[in-house]
Design a binder for this molecule. Structure first.
Ligand code: C5P
Length: 312
């Protein structure tokens, strides 16, 4: 029996706009991220021999220092100043790997929250957020979850705010044989679009203001049942020419009955379509099942969720 279990949900990007380059070499982004109820689970137990050990039910995932869970554990132990702290970690993977769904980032966030509790560190939300940002650009969002604007390199979070997540359904698809490296996607974006990047903070802020006041936020908040605007992901145009499964998957999803919007998530290659309800997403998934299977896609139906990583 594990001492603790933490759920680590995936996210999709409802908006991903590349604004420019930052002095630290990362891209300045304006995004809307949304947690969905497809989650990995991380079980944690104490070890008194000071070792940090990770096991995973997927053999193709590294369980050494390359894994964000192990990085999070080492960062937290270092921050605590207690070199003798140890943990046994066991990851059950449900989120597809290398898909643009922040699976690895969410696992890292789950390790921070779980080990903070297991080791009785009580670091507090602000310090956990700081450590999360050190681990990766999407990790702070994974801690908080829900529907949020994410600015800066992704770590500057602003509430949308919504009373509750919209009751929409998500049909998520991914070709299991395809994956995209995030550094590659941003590097390619810079090579193709770098000449048109914005440079001044005043111009970044103007784009943030447009997003804050825009039609996507109104549709998410259910204002007068406004329709969803087309979703924007600047990395989609970069990844699409390189990934046949992104082209064929987008075409399939666009033809699905009842689709409100279709996009790639993050740096891909996972793709999603939004529907007014989970039932409609499931009906579309059933109708497309043959075509998805012939195209080599795995598919999931899920809902928006209002929270990030959580104990339990
Ligand atoms: O922060 P994270 O480790 O997730 O970023 C992975 C890579 O993605 C970075 O090394 C960088 O190449 C690219 N990236 C970027 N701008 C961002 C986020 C990520 O260029 N805002």
């Amino acid at each position: 029996m594990a001492d603790l279990c933490v759920q680590a949900p995936a996210k999709i990007n409802l908006h991903l706009e590349v604004l420019g380059l930052r002095p630290d070499g990362f891209h300045e982004l304006a995004m809307v991220m949304q947690t969905i109820d497809l989650a990995d689970s991380l079980e944690l137990s104490s070890r008194d021999d000071g070792q940090i050990r990770l096991r995973c039910d997927r053999v193709d995932l590294p369980t050494d220092g390359h894994n964000l869970i192990v990085k999070a554990a080492e960062l937290l132990r270092q921050r605590s100043g207690q070199a003798g702290l140890g943990a046994e970690l066991s990851l059950r993977k449900r989120i597809p790997i290398g898909a643009g769904l922040a699976g690895g980032s969410s696992d890292g966030a789950a390790a921070l929250v779980g080990l903070d509790r297991l080791w009785n560190l009580n670091l507090g939300a602000q310090e956990l957020h700081r450590l999360a940002a050190e681990l990766g650009s999407d990790v702070p969002f994974c801690l908080e979850g829900g529907s949020r604007f994410c600015f800066g390199r992704g770590e500057r979070l602003e509430p949308l705010p919504l009373e509750a997540p919209p009751p929409w359904g998500v049909l998520l698809i991914k070709d299991p044989s395809a994956s995209v490296s995030t550094p590659w996607a941003y590097g390619r974006c810079k090579a193709l679009r770098g000449d048109f990047y914005l440079e001044r903070e005043v111009d970044f802020e103007q784009r943030r203001a447009v997003l804050r006041a825009g039609a996507l936020r109104a549709a998410l908040a259910g204002v007068r049942a406004l329709p969803l605007p087309p979703l924007r992901n600047d990395l989609q145009a970069v990844v699409e020419p390189d990934q046949a499964s992104v082209r064929s998957g987008l075409a399939l999803l666009r033809d699905a009955p009842g689709t409100m919007a279709v996009a790639m998530s993050g740096s891909g290659p996972s793709l999603f379509a939004l529907f007014p309800s989970l039932e409609m997403a499931e009906a579309a998934g059933a109708q497309l099942a043959g075509a998805l299977e012939r195209g080599g896609f795995e598919a999931w139906c899920c809902r928006f969720s209002g929270s990030g990583v959580r104990l339990g």
